[in-house]
Design a protein around this ligand. Structure first.
Ligand code: AP5
Length: 219
């Protein structure tokens, strides 16, 4: 299956993609993670993308679309993938359809996680990530079981994303409403959109996601 996670910054796309990877062994493609890696490695893409990301703006389509095209052509995506952070506007959604059509494939399911705006800001401001394995935590909502130690890899160093501050989150939310929200009717018309209430605890959200994925698999 080819699945897209749609939702505002902080809606839980990364958290839930990680569960799908664990549960179904699917390839997860996070364009945000790919870009952050490029920024850290100071690659030409990373150097171009850094300013946009720090300002909470979308990175230009020309950069992101070729990056995505290359990634979904890799062998681990042959049997299906989960997209976290792509598409972010109608141009990207159209290009994705085109890319998949050329491979006789399509998007099977678009999972939209809805969360209210105040909660999004709290989630983002409190988020931190394990430097060892990239597992995402939250200071109060989802802390590690043992303080200061990653549940998954035992690492003891964590960091915060540069764009996870109150100022940048407002810019990211603005971009989301202006450019990403219009994608919802695009997929609704295609009949593959599943809306899930992302305001509940992560395991309850996961339960509903697994249900819609399984229902879809049996179609
Ligand atoms: P990206 O990395 O994609 O960030 P985002 O979309 O802003 O989403 P986030 O990663 O912030 O949130 P999430 O929904 O994954 O939430 P998470 O699970 O971590 O993009 C960053 C930047 O890269 C963009 O601004 C742009 O510049 C660029 N970019 C990326 N893709 C691009 C594209 N296609 N085109 C152009 N530019 C692009 O959860 C958040 C927190 O909440 C965590 O602490 C978590 O523990 C907690 N949490 C999760 N679920 C729950 C729950 N149910 N209850 C309570 N807490 C929860």
């Amino acid at each position: 299956m080819n699945i897209i996670f749609l939702g505002a910054p902080g809606a839980g796309k990364g958290t839930q993609s990680a569960y799908l990877k664990k549960q179904f062994g699917m390839a997860v493609i996070s364009t945000g993670d790919m870009l952050r890696q490029s920024v850290n490695e100071k690659t030409p893409i990373g150097i171009k993308a850094a300013t946009y990301m720090e300002e909470g703006k979308l990175v230009p389509d020309s950069i992101i679309i070729s990056m995505l095209k290359e990634r979904i052509s890799q062998p681990d995506c042959e049997t299906g993938f989960v997209l976290d952070g792509f598409p972010r506007n109608l141009k990207q959604a159209g290009e994705l359809d085109h890319m998949l059509h050329q491979k006789n494939k399509s998007i099977d399911l678009v999972i939209y996680l809805s969360v209210n705006e105040d909660d999004l800001v709290d989630r983002i401001v409190g988020r931190f990530v394990c430097d060892g394995c990239g597992k995402t935590y939250h200071e109060t909502l989802a802390p590690p079981k043992k303080e200061g130690v990653c549940d998954v890899c035992g690492h003891e160093h964590f960091s915060k994303r540069k764009d996870d501050n109150k100022e940048t989150i407002q810019a990211r939310l603005k971009e989301y409403h202006r450019l990403t929200m219009p994608i919802l009717p695009f997929y609704e018309k295609q009949g593959c959109l599943a809306k899930i209430d992302g305001m509940r605890p992560p395991n309850e959200v996961t339960h509903d996601i697994v249900k819609v994925v399984k229902e879809h698999q049996t179609c």
